[in-house]
Design a protein around this ligand. Structure first.
Ligand code: GTP
Length: 613
């Protein structure tokens, strides 16, 4: 359907209901056409009654938002909210206008103002006991919370929304909640759960006939694929998306589809930087059409990363200089700033401007730690478990109320199969723009290992990094119930080596031990210097038995190495303590390291040059 096919005299109080129905249809099929259609009537709205005028303005503000014209959306919503003050009793359209305004300012980076609007809207909806709008307000609040890293609050309000939406059986609402839960789980590094929620939201939007939203859910699925580095698949899907441009009619999705293509072409096995650059340019054209703060920042960061990968360092700095003012003015979440710091410090490092690189890198780590601490993943984990079991209970109750559980399950599985086929047929996804921030942080942290956390003498990772990594592996082991072992390694009679051959030789011995240690490890392990003549090996996804074998192999490689002949008389030996995570005994990574240390001293006491576990 085209907006031109609409009759022009539709916007009257008498025909208003019909007008709204038509607009709803048009919005579902093509948001750009709905936007163009409403534009034609903007002047005519003055002739409507106050009630109808408010509804018209809400639609107008909504379509502005859908076209990423947030400033206009905000202005229209402000005008309408002023008008709403004249109403004799509160109307639900005031709640909706608050949500619309909140969404606009959220995308302009004004988070506090957005929270106020969402809370105002929620209050009105509650006073009118309008369940759907209460749920909508909760969804909006939940999204702001995860954007500002308050994951626990976000989880709470999404679950409140879910508890309202499930009995209402409102597919559109459920689509929104699952989509938001998907993003939240993505922020919490729960990739599989995120994917499951996106799929659910896709299914609900499909059932609700919400075309644009369904595409948006598919776009969110994309980030999941990209995180797993399935670039070929991402290319196929992004190409599908760009082919459906007319149907989708949204510049944000287009900008991110082309950005997704650019990344995939650059990072895939047979990298194609030229194609990547071309796609980057197309993406730039789309993103420049919108004034969306999120697009501007995200696009800029993505562009900078791509240029960095292409080693176009001056262009990277130029791009970053355009983003930085946006970050200073507005309260965007810290992830964006972290990315800018990382990129700048990496470039200064490449350009051998070490002092600048070091300075920025310190800021990067400080902010990274703050971000991690403020996120408080463990507390969220407990909440998550509670809510997931609660949801499972609610679902069971609902099913119990209907026919026999057996038939329903059968129907469900048929339905899921059908949906899976639809998804496979589409296989269309685009990158979720905010999600890129997260992806970039992970990469950033990996790269900076080489810049800062290396032991100056031996070249292996230093104590600080070992502690960070052990915390991370321990958290993973606890969360996903996978094993994690630690080897504590100490050079035997090292004082004697120092005293006999001097400190220089002592240093060489330490360097060689580090080199042999690092070379003996698997690619997933980390070998580093803990201090003095002590080393640690971190072995993620490794049980005690396997860790013992690795420790023994390491002890032998060091003790039997030929290199010692050139340095000292006899061979260098090490003692090793081996400990594997036992959640009944170890509360954190520090406990685990202490266990390994105790076993190391047992090995020393039993005669050195041996492994104890
Ligand atoms: N050359 C050199 N020596 C170091 C370095 N760091 C610590 N040391 C020395 O390592 C020696 C460690 O000695 P001890 O703790 O007595 O241990 P040990 O002689 O290895 O004895 P056991 O551990 O019982 O086998 C000390 O003399 C330290 O001064 C370093 O970076 N370079």
């Amino acid at each position: 359907m085209s907006y031109k096919a609409f009759a022009v005299d539709l916007l009257t109080d008498e025909g208003f209901e019909q007008f709204v129905q038509q607009i709803d249809k048009l919005k579902d099929s093509n948001s750009k056409e709905a936007y163009l259609f409403l534009q034609q009537y903007a002047d005519k709205a003055e002739e409507l009654s106050v009630d109808n005028r408010l509804v018209f303005y809400r639609y107008l503000a909504d379509t502005y938002s859908e076209q990423a014209q947030y400033q206009q959306s905000k202005e229209i919503a402000d005008k309408a909210l002023l008008l709403a003050k004249n109403l004799s009793s509160p109307s639900i359209v005031s709640a909706e206008l608050n949500y619309t305004r909140g969404f606009a300012v959220e995308n302009l980076g004004e988070f506090d103002s957005a929270i106020t609007n969402y809370q105002n809207g929620l209050e009105i909806a509650e006073s009118l006991n309008d369940k759907k709008n209460i749920a909508t307000g909760l969804i909006n609040l939940g999204a702001i919370y995860y954007l500002t890293q308050k994951f626990d609050r976000s989880l709470i309000v999404f679950n409140q929304a879910l508890n309202i939406a499930i009995p209402l059986k409102d597919n559109e609402l459920l689509g929104y909640i699952y989509s938001e839960l998907g993003i939240l789980y993505e922020y919490m590094y729960e990739e599989e759960k995120a994917m499951a929620f996106y799929l659910k939201s896709y299914e609900y939007f499909q059932q609700a006939g919400k075309n644009f939203n369904a595409y948006n859910s598919l776009r969110n699925i994309a980030i999941n694929h990209v995180r797993h580095r399935r670039y070929e698949e991402a290319i196929k899907i992004n190409k599908e998306i760009v082919e459906h441009e007319k149907e989708i009619g949204n510049i944000e999705i287009m900008a991110s589809a082309y950005m997704g293509l650019a990344w995939s072409y650059l990072k895939k096995k047979e990298s194609n930087p030229e194609a990547a650059y071309e796609y980057l340019k197309i993406s730039e054209q789309y993103s420049s059409q919108g004034e969306q703060y999120k697009i501007e920042v995200s696009f800029g960061i993505n562009k900078a990363y791509l240029l960095y990968e292409m080693k176009k360092y001056n262009e990277v700095l130029e791009t970053l200089s355009l983003i930085e003012p946006l970050l200073q003015d507005k309260k965007m979440h810290k992830a964006a700033i972290i990315n800018v710091l990382f990129l700048k410090s990496s470039i200064y490092y490449e350009q051998e401007q070490y002092e600048k690189a070091y300075h920025l890198q310190n800021e990067y780590f400080k902010l990274g730690t703050e971000l991690r601490e403020s996120s408080n993943y463990e507390a969220v984990e407990d909440l998550r478990m509670r809510y997931e079991s609660e949801q499972a209970d609610i679902k069971k109750q609902l099913l119990d109320q209907q026919q026999s559980l057996q038939t329903i399950r059968l129907k469900e599985s048929e339905y899921q199969e059908e949906n899976r086929n639809i998804i496979l047929a589409f296989s269309a996804i685009v990158v979720l723009i905010i999600g890129w921030f997260l992806l970039r942080i992970i990469r950033g942290q990996q790269r900076l290992v080489f810049l800062s956390q290396t032991d100056g003498l031996t070249g292996v990772v230093n104590r600080r990094r070992l502690i960070e990594l052990s915390d991370f592996f321990f958290y993973q082991a606890k969360k996903a119930k996978i094993e994690f072992s630690v080897l504590m390694i100490d050079v035997d009679d090292f004082k004697l080596i120092n005293d006999t051959y001097g400190h220089k030789v002592g240093d060489k011995v330490l360097t060689k031990v580090a080199q042999i240690g690092a070379a003996t490890m698997r690619s997933t392990d980390e070998f580093g210097r803990f201090g003095g003549e002590e080393f640690i090996a971190l072995l993620p996804e490794t049980g005690l038995e396997q860790a013992k074998n690795i420790a023994e192999r390491l002890r032998k490689s060091i003790n039997e190495h030929e290199i010692w002949r050139n340095l000292i008389k006899g061979n260098v030996a090490v003692s090793i303590g081996v400990s594997c995570v036992d959640l009944d005994v170890h509360k954190n990574a520090d406990d685990l390291i202490k266990s390994a240390d105790i076993l190391l001293y047992k090995a020393k006491n039993q005669g050195k040059n041996q492994v104890c576990y």
